[in-house]
Design a protein around this ligand. Structure first.
Ligand code: GLN
Length: 186
């Protein structure tokens, strides 16, 4: 069963994708829900708000513990929270991926856009249609990371071990590829 952190943000669209790829899902609202799942999605939303909600419980240490053995996928705000540093003291960084990330790097909500990105799965490359909504930019990538998604030459998706982070929203365009890579063939 795959959990979707359901404190804030667009968790419902990830639940829809999990259903589409026939994976059982659970809304994760409290730490004890982590005991029931074998993978976790940290959705998009507002990373400052999500950080406050995470900080009000002992979620942070428990998610870090969970991450030692189970895959985590973060999209947009989720990627910000998974990063090592997002240069904003209001945001909690779990450091699950050795990346640094710059929040709201494409500008405000009105500068949101859809685009086709290249997804790299081993030797296979495919195109996915995604949305960038007040998206961050990945500005540094550690040696233990590998790139799994590019927008032209720009790195927008990075994996490290079992964990995946992507700066955009494939789930809002009903794309299942990245969820399958993280939770079905990982
Ligand atoms: N700009 C938001 C943040 O910094 C992320 C936006 C999103 O998740 N779509 O948290």
């Amino acid at each position: 069963m795959i959990g979707v952190l359901a404190l804030q943000g667009n968790f419902q669209s990830h639940l829809n994708i999990l259903e589409k790829i026939n994976l059982e899902s659970l809304q994760v609202k409290s730490v004890k829900d982590l005991d029931r799942i074998s993978g976790l999605i940290i959705p998009g939303g507002e990373s400052t708000t999500m950080s406050k909600l995470l900080d009000n419980s002992n979620f942070v240490s428990e998610i870090k513990e969970f991450a030692k053995n189970n895959p985590i996928l973060g999209s947009c705000a989720g990627a910000i929270i998974m990063s090592r540093n997002s240069f904003d003291e209001r945001v909690l960084n779990l450091g699950l991926l050795d990346i640094e990330i710059d929040r709201n790097a494409y500008g405000r909500q009105v500068f949101s856009f859809s685009d086709k990105i290249q997804v790299i799965d081993g030797k296979n490359k495919s195109l996915c249609e995604v949305l960038f909504i007040r998206a961050p930019k990945i500005i540094s990538v550690g040696n233990d990371c590998s790139v799994f998604a590019l927008r032209n030459d720009e790195i927008i998706g990075v994996r490290q071990g079992k964990h995946f982070a992507i700066t955009c929203h494939p789930e809002l365009m009903h794309e299942t590829k990245i969820h399958e890579m993280c939770f079905k063939s990982n």
